[in-house]
Write a protein that binds this ligand. Structure first.
Ligand code: ARE
Ligand code: CA
Length: 472
């Protein structure tokens, strides 16, 4: 519980220091509480992104891909098959990782690492990992022996077959991945040491991969050795009718609330309708690396994606995690590689945005899109002001955050031409969905409020947002 409170404070610096926030509302780099998953980015690329973009834009934290030694191969998911806990990966070395954390901290951005602690590899033949460690399915010399793994004995090949059987989910193998006996003290301890090692390099928090596949108590034990205030974000995919639910994990930290992204597929999710963890417990996202590929949430090739990002950043529910990935031809493909076989340094498109064509293997840089950056600014401006002036008409929606900001989303296939009530004072404001204002003025159009009403004229599948603090 103590850790969770600290996590909240860390995630909501701006809200906690609200008066401090509003006294200096436009300071570049003002923390928004928002994070970004830099999927498959190398450590060197993350470091420069912290300095050049993330800090100045107001991102509070970032999530790296798993940093430990992994099986070799060109698929992205090699990173989810640990071979050892050496911080040595095709995304960078231990030194590069440590330097990245330091640079990001200097830019005001916290670093969270993806922690794969439920399992090791899914290999049946064994092999040699990226950093040279040899391994077999159930044998990792110097780290684990066969006795450290679950052999559930509940299914023919010890693989999970039925998600309505809790024992299978937590003690059988997910996708044939050798399942660690996380109930055993010495296993918990060794996994805790790995996380502490990352913490010695400055890591501020962790995504716990496949958290559903470990008992909540196991995660509590593994993470109990971490510094107070360490952020824990657990991946427990909400599955209807399953015995293991996200609510069982909120005592350890936050959970990814998949109901948010899933709900975006059909409109705007409504956490007050039930089936969502409490706002403080929730990490919300439009897409992650799995859902981008499996269609269970929207993805960045879809027409309403920008609207979904705007809705997620404008809402008063959860801690948003923006996704930043790459284009691919088939779902297994990793990003572009350098001549030495390691993942290549990132080059974002010159002018990243929804209509920019990106070649397979190249980064899309969704976190740099104008609407994303503009809405970070909007979010910083509205802080924790309550939702007001709500209006809905089918897939068109609008709401304000008191007198600080207002947003309109047209998810319909027709123009939205109407006049809406807003509490933002009369005046003309920059549309922040077009991007943050520059020294030469608004990035795009402007919106006028007169007599407490805003005249809206929005093309199909577009949005507009304005903040009292950004007059045109
Ligand atoms: C790869 C191959 C497999 C092969 C395996 C071992 O694709 O065919 O058996 O290697 O050789 C990622 C990839 C996998 C990849 C794996 C290991 O997605 O394709 O397997 O890495 O390299 C469940 C879990 C959830 C998990 C999803 C994928 O509950 O935790 O499945 N998500 C995390 C990560 C993934 C990662 C892993 C876990 C493994 O985010 O990226 O896999 O580390 C219902 C249930 C969900 C269930 C879902 C899908 O919705 O409610 O709980 O999610 O179905 O089955
Ligand atoms: Ca397990």
């Amino acid at each position: 519980m103590r850790r969770r409170l600290a996590a909240l404070v860390a995630a909501a610096t701006c809200v906690v220091g609200l008066t401090g926030c509003s006294s200096e509302p436009f300071a570049p780099g003002r923390a928004t509480g928002v994070g970004v998953q830099l999927f498959e980015w190398t450590w060197d690329s993350i470091a420069s992104e912290c300095t050049d973009v993330l800090g100045p834009a107001g991102y509070s934290w970032l999530l790296t891909s798993p940093p430990n030694e992994h099986i070799t191969g060109t698929q992205w998911w090699t990173h989810y098959q640990p071979v050892s806990y050496r911080i040595e990966s095709d995304l960078g070395t231990r030194e590069q990782f440590a330097a990245m954390v330091k640079t990001c901290h200097e830019a005001g951005v916290d670093v969270y690492a993806d922690a794969v602690v439920n399992h090791m590899t899914g290999s049946d033949t064994g092999g040699i990992g990226w950093a040279g460690s040899s391994y077999q399915h159930d044998d990792y010399p110097g780290i684990w022996t066969d006795a450290d793994f679950h052999h559930c004995g509940l299914t023919a090949d010890d693989d999970i077959e039925n998600y309505s059987d809790a024992a299978q989910v937590q003690t059988c193998e997910l996708l044939n991945l050798a399942d660690l006996d996380t109930g055993a003290d010495h296993v918990r301890q060794r996994l805790g040491e790995y996380l502490k090692d990352l913490q010695s390099l400055g890591v501020d928090g962790f995504r716990i991969d496949a958290a559903k596949h470990m008992a909540s108590d196991d995660i509590a034990a593994i993470t109990s050795v971490l510094k107070p205030g360490t952020v824990i974000m657990q991946e427990v995919i909400r599955g209807a009718g399953e015995p293991i639910q996200p609510e069982q994990y909120t005592g350890n930290g936050q959970v990814y609330e998949f109901a948010w992204g899933t709900g975006l597929l059909t409109g705007t999710p409504d956490p007050s309708s039930g089936g969502f963890v409490d706002s403080d417990d929730a990490i919300v996202f439009v897409e992650n690396h799995d859902t981008e590929r499996n269609g269970s949430t929207p993805n960045s090739t879809q027409i309403d994606y920008v609207l979904d990002v705007v809705a997620t950043l404008a809402a008063d529910y959860g801690t948003p995690q923006i996704f930043s990935g790459y284009r691919y031809a088939t779902t297994d493909d990793g990003p572009a590689r350098a001549s030495d076989g390691a993942v290549a340094l990132v080059e974002c498109p010159a002018d990243p945005g929804p209509r920019v064509e990106v070649a397979d293997g190249q980064m899309v840089c969704q976190h740099r899109w104008p609407a994303t950056l503009g809405m970070l600014r909007w979010r910083a401006a509205v802080g924790d002001a309550a939702v007001t002036d709500e209006w809905t008409q089918g897939l068109a929606r609008a709401f304000g955050r008191g007198d600080l900001g207002f947003v309109v989303l047209n998810g319909t296939a027709k123009s939205l031409v109407t006049t809406l009530t807003t509490s933002v004072p009369d005046g003309t404001y920059c549309d922040l969905v077009a991007g943050p204002p520059t020294s030469s003025g608004c990035a795009g159009g402007a919106v006028t409020v007169a007599g407490g009403m805003v005249a809206v004229d929005l093309p199909a599948h577009t949005a507009a947002a304005f903040a009292a603090s950004d007059p045109a």
